[in-house]
Design a protein around this ligand. Structure first.
Ligand code: TGC
Ligand code: FAD
Length: 397
């Protein structure tokens, strides 16, 4: 019989192309050798090192599915494998990358003018220009359609819009060079996307304060975007896309990435819990791993991780064939985030009191995974998206 591989229980490796395996190996080596050694201090001090994105850029890992503009042009499965490798280290590092790659570069690639693509994508692919994505507002999170941020013709600067409003919980905002801000055009009431460049904002029109003292995702940087009659050139607006389809299309790619990423975090929890259970002895010198209750925890988690990977893989392949619906992405985003969080919480028990020490890493994953279940559509919101698709009845309001 074929031997069982507890790290790849359902043999997902057999499904990847040689190129995808090579990309995964590059990403895993970088993440374990260069990213992991920094994570504990970064998490303790809420100190995100923007050089990480530059290093990932050097390896071609940013905006990796984009064709041209100095991007690698790899498959969606390959990009999922990159995401999984990054989140195996920390969800916050994956967050910084997702925002750069899927939400901002993806948005520019899908909806930008040729000039916008030429101007922003090569620098972003290298991690030299950093991006953030401003959709959520203090009063509107799950319901971004009710946003209050507006864009109107600038009263004094010809050829400019004036943007006013507040975005909150924005990953990368305090360090971003370019902010993809979604605002309602005052003349039409329709949502449009604007590329706000920090260097061009006059003093007093833009601030991006950091939101500190987080109890999760501490290795990533989060802040606000506050705009006060900020002048933005008309050439920086996405030309054709209007309504929520713009931001939600960007979210499709990022949510797909989270489905892979959370499986990486869960796999790290399984690996650490297994090692701990084999080494730690209680009752007559037996390793914890000998006890049935402990084995069940590992079996449940490994099963959910294996299923989650196969589901993400399937949606990735369909995505590249143009056959993935947003609801499929809602399904894998919700299920993988939920199962990663539930299993990580259970595996945490295996560490006993040591789980409380950050040096065992499991507590960090648990706190992070709460956030992954919340952003990019909280799990119950994705349940409602699926419920609507199943019944034909909208239950949001
Ligand atoms: P609804 O009526 O459902 O749709 C309005 C328009 O949008 C279109 N649409 C989509 N298009 C593409 N992809 C999707 N997934 C789409 N979902 C909807 C839809 O076809 C329609 O188009 P049109 O042309 O007919 O106008 O809108 P609604 O207001 O009823 O929406 C409800 C709901 C719950 C689905 C939606 O608001 C939602 O998904 N809420 C969750 C909000 C969210 O995900 N926010 C994410 C913020 S960004 C973030 O969290 C980044 S974290 C980054 C990190 O650090 O990793
Ligand atoms: P609310 O919308 O107030 O929801 C609170 C609770 O009520 C949730 O459990 C929700 O499921 C539930 N709920 C709401 N409406 C309904 C309903 N109709 N039926 C049933 N239940 C409902 N946003 C960005 O735009 N860009 C970013 O880069 C970004 N990064 C983030 C980073 C971090 C660390 C965090 C924590 C958030 C980030 N977000 C970002 C914001 C994130 O997308 C929102 O927090 C999320 O969409 C939920 O919105 P909310 O926090 O306003 O919660």
């Amino acid at each position: 019989p074929v031997p069982f591989d507890w790290q790849d229980p359902l043999g997902a490796k057999n499904l990847y192309t040689d190129e995808e395996l090579a990309i995964a190996e590059t990403a895993e080596s970088y993440c374990q050798e260069r990213m992991f050694p920094r994570v504990l201090e970064a998490y303790r001090n809420e100190d995100y090192d923007r050089k990480i994105l530059e290093e990932m850029g050097e390896l071609g890992l940013l905006g990796a599915t984009i064709q041209g503009y100095e991007c690698a042009g790899v498959s969606s499965v390959a990009s999922g494998l990159i995401t999984r490798a990054v989140e195996r280290v920390d969800s916050g590092y994956r967050s910084g990358m997702s925002v750069q790659s899927s939400l901002v570069m993806g948005g520019i690639d899908d909806f930008g003018t040729e000039e916008q693509k030429q101007k922003f994508l090569p620098g972003m692919a290298k991690g030299k220009t950093l991006g953030c994505f401003g959709l959520t507002e203090p009063n509107h999170g799950s319901d971004p359609g009710s946003m209050e941020t507006t864009a109107k013709p600038h009263p004094t600067k010809k050829g400019y819009f004036s943007l006013s409003g507040s975005k909150t919980w924005i990953t990368n905002s305090p360090i971003a060079d370019v902010m993809l801000v979604w605002a309602k055009l005052q003349s039409t009431g329709k949502i449009r996307g604007f590329l706000v460049e920090r260097k061009d904002c006059p003093p007093g029109t833009l601030s991006t304060p950091k939101l500190g003292n987080k109890n999760g995702l501490r290795a990533s940087i989060t802040g606000m975007i506050q705009l006060d009659e900020c002048p933005v050139p008309e050439a920086n607006m996405f030309p054709d896309i209007e309504g929520l389809r713009g931001p939600f299309s960007c979210l499709n790619s990022a949510r797909y990435g989270i489905a892979w990423g959370t499986m990486g975090a869960l796999e790290d929890c399984i690996d650490r819990a297994r090692t701990y259970a084999l080494e730690r002895k209680q009752f007559k010198g037996n390793p914890l791993a000998k006890y049935q209750l402990v084995q069940k925890k590992l079996a449940d988690a490994a099963t959910d991780a294996a299923y989650g990977i196969l589901a993400a893989y399937q949606v990735g392949r369909l995505k590249d064939e143009g056959k993935a619906s947003p609801e499929m992405i809602s399904m894998i985003k919700r299920q993988n985030c939920d199962r990663a969080l539930v299993n990580a919480r259970v595996l945490q028990e295996i560490f006993g009191g040591n789980a409380v020490s950050d040096e065992y890493h499991i507590g960090r994953h648990v706190s992070n995974l709460f956030v992954t279940q919340t952003y990019e559509g909280q799990s119950d919101i994705h349940a409602l998206i699926l419920g609507r698709a199943i019944t034909g009845i909208q239950a949001f309001c």
